[in-house]
Ligand binder design. Structure first.
Ligand code: USQ
Length: 394
């Protein structure tokens, strides 16, 4: 298949590009390195060193003997986007090119507007380019489990049956996101669903849980590694815990630590997206996959990292800090996730195995993390944005 990956330079984008190319797909990608710039703008960097795109691609070719084509540019530039779409004629577009951080979107008005403008307008451009030039193409759109929030009922895959005043219908499940970033994805979902209903495009909207991990099967050499963020804004919780553990910084569960989320290993995120690409829906169909493996609370996860740390002779401590976010810390959380399993998804390894791989990988880059350790403790609060550092140990 011809697959065009939007956001090919990112944490998942680069991992996915290698996986799909290795599998024999014809892979092209777009990126304008916005993620690298945004991480730099908050004073951080990838804990694992990553090469420039040109070097990454040539190293991949040398090692795995497959080509990946790259186009540098931004989805907000419609002329650029339509040119690439016409040239690459994708059977499938995987859209990962969004600002993905909740805290980054909550810094202040500028960051909120940047996030929503970048994400929503970028996706609209993709939908128009598909409508105009490749109406048969399948859009695999990365949404987030955070679109649903944490309702006090089970979360279905996108839609649910409802009976109201004696009448029945199947409707989109309510969205109650917890940040302006998560809201941008809710708006995207509305636009993608609309394009499927009105223009008969086809799409899989992936409600993905929090991703963790340092490597996939294709990363057989340091030159092929993907980025790894650990700062307050771009690091996700398990990744942050592992970076904290290797430099002797106490792990940082926010608040009481009872908040639960769905989690998925990077290697499985890539596996699931590949499954979606290889099993497209029919024309006009909009389907939703909940993409997660297991559900954990953030304090449970901290315990796992302590446990695995012991095995590697790391003395890992936990020090909860006051929660900079406004979110439920004690709640019901049960999520349907049958669609991907029915298509063959099987988790690759247990979370503790992955944490061990992560800690082993990160120990090598201890100095790089230590050098930037001031980006670890949160200073963006949901109530006040970024001001003086407010999170004190509880
Ligand atoms: N948390 C801690 N300690 C930390 C960091 C986070 O307790 O040091 C907590 C947060 O308060 C939150 C949970 O861990 O309750 C998850 O936070 P996160 O930063 O790992 O993930 P989140 O902000 O939810 O966003 C991430 C990705 C985003 C994706 C989302 C999936 O950055 O792109 O959409 O995970 S989900 O959470 O299912 O919405």
């Amino acid at each position: 298949m011809n697959v065009l990956i939007l956001g090919i330079d990112g944490y998942i984008g680069w991992s996915l590009a290698m996986h799909l190319a290795k599998r024999g797909h014809n892979v092209s990608g777009i990126d304008d390195f916005e993620r690298r710039k945004n991480v730099e703008s908050v004073g951080s960097t990838s804990a694992i060193p990553i090469l420039d795109m040109e070097e990454r691609i040539s190293s991949f070719k040398q090692i795995h003997e497959k080509d990946i084509s790259f186009y540098e540019g931004n989805l907000l530039d419609y002329d650029f986007l339509q040119q690439v779409v016409r040239e690459t004629k994708p059977d499938s577009i995987v859209h990962l090119a969004e600002q993905p951080s909740a805290p980054f979107s909550m810094i202040d008005r500028e960051h909120a507007i940047y996030t929503q403008h970048n994400n929503i307008e970028g996706t609209l451009n993709v939908l128009y380019a598909m409508k105009e030039y490749v109406p048969d193409c399948h859009l695999v759109k990365l949404g987030t489990m955070g679109e649903y929030g944490t309702p006090n009922v089970d979360i279905p895959e996108g839609f649910f049956e409802i009976e109201f005043r004696g009448r029945k219908d199947t409707l989109p499940f309510p969205r109650q996101p917890g940040s302006l970033y998560h809201l941008s994805k809710v708006h995207d979902s509305g636009n993608v669903h609309f394009a499927c209903r009105m223009w008969r495009l086809r799409s899989t909207d992936i409600m993905q849980g929090v991703v963790y991990g340092t490597r996939t099967a294709e990363m057989v050499d340091d030159s092929l590694m993907t980025r790894f963020d650990f700062d307050e804004w771009f690091g996700t919780v398990i990744n942050r815990y592992c970076a904290e553990a290797v430099i002797g910084h106490p792990l940082t569960p926010y608040g009481s630590g009872g908040q639960k989320r769905g989690f998925i290993d990077l290697i499985d995120s890539v596996q699931c997206i590949r499954i979606a690409v290889e099993n497209p829906p029919s024309r006009g169909e909009y389907r939703v996959f909940n993409q997660l493996d297991e559900i954990y609370s953030v304090s449970e996860l901290a315990q796992y990292v302590v446990q695995v740390g012991k095995k590697l002779r790391l003395d890992v401590k936990i020090q909860p800090i006051s929660n900079p976010r406004i979110e439920k810390e004690d709640h019901y959380y049960k999520v349907d996730r049958e669609h991907l399993r029915n298509l063959g998804f099987r988790p690759t390894r247990r979370i503790t195995e992955t944490v061990e791989i992560m800690l082993t990988d990160l120990i090598k880059y201890r100095d790089r993390i230590m050098e930037r350790s001031e980006v670890i403790l949160p200073r963006t609060t949901w109530a006040r944005g970024t001001g003086e550092r407010m999170a004190e140990p509880r």
